[in-house]
Ligand binder design. Sequence first.
Ligand code: NAD
Ligand code: ZN
Length: 371
Amino acid sequence: TSNQIAIKAAVTREKGGAFQLEDMTLRAPREDEVLVRIVATGMCHTDLIVRDQLYPVPLPAVLGHEGAGVVEAVGPAVHSLEVGDHVVLSYAHCGDCRPCDAGYASYCDEFFARNFSGAGPDGQQALRDASGQPVHDHFFGQSSFATYALSRENNAVRVSREAPLELLGPLGCGIQTGAGAVINTLGVTPGSRFCAFGAGAVGLSAVMAARVAGATTIIAVDMIDSRLELALALGATHVINAGKESVVERVRELSDGGVNFALESTGRPEVLRQGVDALGGLGVLGVVGAPALGTEAAFDVNDLLLGGKSIRGIVEGDSVARRFIPQLVELHMQGRFPFDRLVKFYDFADIEQAAADSEKGITLKPVLRLS
Ligand code: NAD
Ligand code: ZN
């Protein structure tokens, strides 16, 4: 086989610019890399904040980090995956540092470099555009806004062939983030009170997971009524429109003085403050919403101290993707985690429409079909 694979990819050439489909070439897998034919890939808010350069991935770049597909070729050192396996691609991690050893790969010492530097661990790109110029890649260890992507063996998660592959890509980021925050990090308990600040793809995944975990008060807060209606259908017991109601007061009222667990997924510092204020004694606020680098937030120190409250930053729901994603697939196949209700499919050629619909709040989780 040739060393270069002809692919089609959506490239972001400038800050805030359009995703443009171009013919490109990708080199063949080496060592522990796998080549994946992308069947479908989700679009996450993080793709858009990188396009807009709130996170400084160098451009031009191919983004996309919720890929699902079929293994087409494997490097010589790959032993746990085979050609034909169905895989969901998740975040990159080195696999050798202390956090990785401890089972917390989303806090890998090299997390930023491996996921956001626009190059592989060797500092090189595997992608070339039609004029032969390198294009930044390895975004989240995949760059899956493309018909083919290169990943490493350790971030390609094999999934059941019974599962609907074209739906599964978002499990690799946004959905495992919300669900993992609730199940892995916060450890939401049966009978507890939980509030999701933000009912986007991440927040609604948290709502579904809180129901699986047995929380009996599940509150969702957002500004978009259609999202709040969906939250109720997915297991929320109460919803609050932040544009119309006084959020903290209302949460405290609905939760008998404050929630045990909360998750901030709006990326807004003033909402993070509301999250801390709405906790009851010993409550924990998980923070997953990502504002621009350098953003600061305020909270009342004595309220935190006297209430025994905690604030915990969370990357990718603390999930060990190879264990957690198959669990979410199983819950989905049992009808207990209906994340398909967040998804709307688009043809790859309509990627700009998908981005626009996501930003307008029309679509919760766009998934692009590639093959
Ligand atoms: P999203 O845009 O679908 O969801 C955000 C929601 O917040 C929207 O529904 C919006 O209406 C709502 N919102 C905005 N202002 C609000 C306010 N004042 N009060 C209440 N709700 C408000 O995005 P998403 O895909 O769900 O991602 C959520 C965030 O999580 C993004 O910042 C994304 O970058 C981040 N993220 C983080 C991780 C991680 O590992 N930490 C992983 C994936 C995504
Ligand atoms: Zn993401």
